[in-house]
Design a protein around this ligand. Sequence first.
Ligand SMILES: Cc1cc2nc3c(=O)[nH]c(=O)nc-3n(C[C@H](O)[C@H](O)[C@H](O)COP(=O)(O)O)c2cc1C
Length: 301
Amino acid sequence: MIDSNLFNIKFKNPLVLASGILGVSAEYFKTLEKSGVGGITTKSISLKPRKGHKNPIMFCDDHGFMNAVGLSNAGIDKSIEMIKKAKQFVKTPIIASIFGGTVDEFGELSKLVTEAKPDIIEANISCPNVKKEFKLFGASAEAAAAVTKIVKDNTNIPVVIKLTPNVTDIKPIAKAVEEAGADGITAINTLSGMRIDVNTKMPILTNKFGGVSGKGIFPVAVKNVYEIYKTVKIPIIGTGGITTGKDAIEMLMAGASLLGVGTAAYYGGIKVFTKVNLEIEDWMKNNGYSNIKDLMGAAHE
Ligand SMILES: Cc1cc2nc3c(=O)[nH]c(=O)nc-3n(C[C@H](O)[C@H](O)[C@H](O)COP(=O)(O)O)c2cc1C
């Protein structure tokens, strides 16, 4: 059995499309559903539409991926329409990701997005690429707690808070969001990084710095999920570098209840969801497991 249950919401498998990766149209959600995803996270939504940064905004090599898209999105009004429409197309749970420039903006977004009735709200307090305009709320326990409280106060939908690995210690931040009422935690967002073109001697990305994701960050994600699991009782959506069924098993053992998959869908296309699900099932069969729940947090026993 690889179906999962989170906040009494049924996920046909634990693989959730991570925020910002594919799928900004309601019609495309149907294609994603057919590809075997267990849940779909929207691109992070702001109050006003955002164009994002100028190209080049992405770079990839054998080790992973780096992006500074700059949180381009259609803004809350269009996104509400899109989510409402998508809910008619798909049965797959939808996680609406929101991000604001101030604590109050997070509250407003929470209230507004609730109208669209997503299954879960994810508050992104962890984007490393827009620091000039947005405070990195996820870098401070107090700021993270303030965002959590206002998002919770403005909705009756379960709320998960997406944390950044770009901190010296994620544990107090995880504890603060749990105490402020978060129903769950998503970890991790991208790691801050940079590459330079040796021919032009210029940073490759227009934004200079970008968020590193994909295979290379997997060990960092496993460590953060392991530490968060040790610190809090609320469930974790383990995200970062998951590419194979074995990675998925490892992330479950670290303490994840659901698994976010992002960059692997860029490299392998959306068929990666079916592939990873089959690999999870094979691994479980070969190792005598019949219920995915028995793997969650197994590395802590
Ligand atoms: C191109 C791109 C855009 C992203 N946009 C968002 C976003 O809008 N909101 C967010 O919370 N995370 C965003 N992320 C981070 C991912 O959701 C995920 O946390 C991160 O990439 C690690 O997972 P992965 O290694 O499986 O990609 C983005 C990542 C990429 C690669």
